[in-house]
Design a binder for this molecule. Structure first.
Ligand code: KG4
Ligand code: ZN
Length: 347
């Protein structure tokens, strides 16, 4: 089955063509157009994002089809991110997908953005399949999941405040880096003195049982803010601040994920979302699981927002016979299908 996929939930306009044969998903074409305009504002401006998607969704789709050597006549289904994300941005992709599905009489499927992130490693490694423990870390979400089967997601923990990626971005702005700052913090941290700043590891040592797999990043960010305010020479301290922050964030993410995997006797850990681009995180996770376990993480292009992961997830659901009709809606607060408990933080 060959699927055309679209992703417009935030500030990337992306289209992909994937081919699924059983568990094997082959990426045939992928275009990711990042909207640079938001850099000027230090964050994504929703109205500008929607307008940019509207201008580029057509050419980006055409380009992905061209790369794949495909035409709409050779496509078997359409998958599109229908939430969560920016409402106006989502609407552009959903309307586009509905129109093409209607005109070509193709099956349509709305995909949850985070389910896309979960499927990303499958595009490069067909042996990645449940059961596994998943850490989803993006600009908007931080979730620890037990995944006994595709489509069954047991929520073990989530963030009580800021998302992991959000904390990288906020710390980045404190030390004068452009948005989004995750990659720049990682690069800066590599040269920073790990002993200069020691920041708190929230909810790590002896948390209440209900918080065993929950996260909190706002206190860590405030600790960095205080260190920035007290620094006599921010320019000289930037790398060490980035290092101190990243070491703290990674230690918590790794310890809780490995603990959850051990508790559920899962040998495989899947990392997904933009923060999974962080090679220091993946390396620390691999070191912590040791020889008995395996850590699957997609390459950076497939971990930040892209349509290939939406095609991987959507083609799995389409192959099971699932369909949406033309009443499919975009929803900025869509719950992950199959999530148990359904929403929010584990308490
Ligand atoms: O998944 P994503 O592309 O968009 C959302 O769905 O939110 O994630 C974007 C987030 C941003 O917060 C960005 O700073 C972070 O991923 N990020 C990183 C790295 N690369 C991107 N965080 C830490 N280290 C990185 N190398
Ligand atoms: Zn994302």
């Amino acid at each position: 089955m060959r699927v055309l996929a679209l992703e417009t939930s935030c500030d990337e306009t992306s289209a992909a063509v994937v081919h699924r044969d059983g568990d094997r998903v082959t990426l045939e074409g992928l275009v990711i157009l990042s909207q640079d305009i938001h850099k000027l504002f230090g964050g994504v401006v929703p109205e500008l994002a929607s307008r940019a998607h509207l201008e580029t969704v057509g050419p980006v789709t055409d380009d992905a089809l061209r790369q794949a050597g495909a035409t709409l006549a050779t496509i078997d289904g359409i998958a599109v991110t229908h939430g969560p994300g920016l409402q106006g941005a989502l609407l552009v992709g959903v309307m586009w997908a509905k129109t093409v599905a209607w005109r070509e009489s193709l099956p349509l499927l709305g995909v949850h953005h985070l389910e896309g992130h979960l499927f990303a490693p499958v595009l490069e490694d067909p042996t990645v399949r449940p059961p596994f423990t998943a850490l989803l870390v993006s600009g908007g979400h931080t979730m620890l999941l037990d995944v006994p089967a595709w489509g069954e997601y047991r929520l073990l923990g989530a963030t009580l405040d800021d998302a992991a990626g959000e904390s990288f971005d906020k710390v980045g702005s404190l030390i004068g880096l452009d948005y989004p700052a995750g990659a720049a913090i990682e690069a800066l941290a590599a040269t920073g003195d790990p002993r200069r700043f020691t920041f708190p590891r929230p909810l790590l040592k002896h948390p209440a049982e209900k918080d065993r797999w929950n996260f909190s990043f706002s206190g860590l960010k405030t600790a960095v803010l205080r260190a920035v305010q007290q620094s006599g020479d921010l320019e000289a301290d930037r790398a060490a601040l980035a290092r101190g922050f990243q070491d703290a964030a990674i230690e918590v993410l790794v310890a809780k994920t490995v603990d959850a995997a051990e508790q559920h006797q899962r040998e495989l850990i899947v990392l997904g979302g933009g923060v999974a681009c962080n090679r220091t995180l993946a390396a620390a996770m691999r070191a912590a699981v040791g020889a008995g376990g395996r850590v699957a993480v997609a390459s950076p292009r497939l971990n930040t927002d892209n349509a290939a992961m939406i095609g991987a997830a959507g083609s799995w659901r389409l192959a099971t016979g699932e369909r949406h009709d033309l009443s499919l809606e975009a929803s900025d607060s869509l719950p992950l299908p199959g999530l148990n408990p359904p929403t929010g933080v584990v308490r």
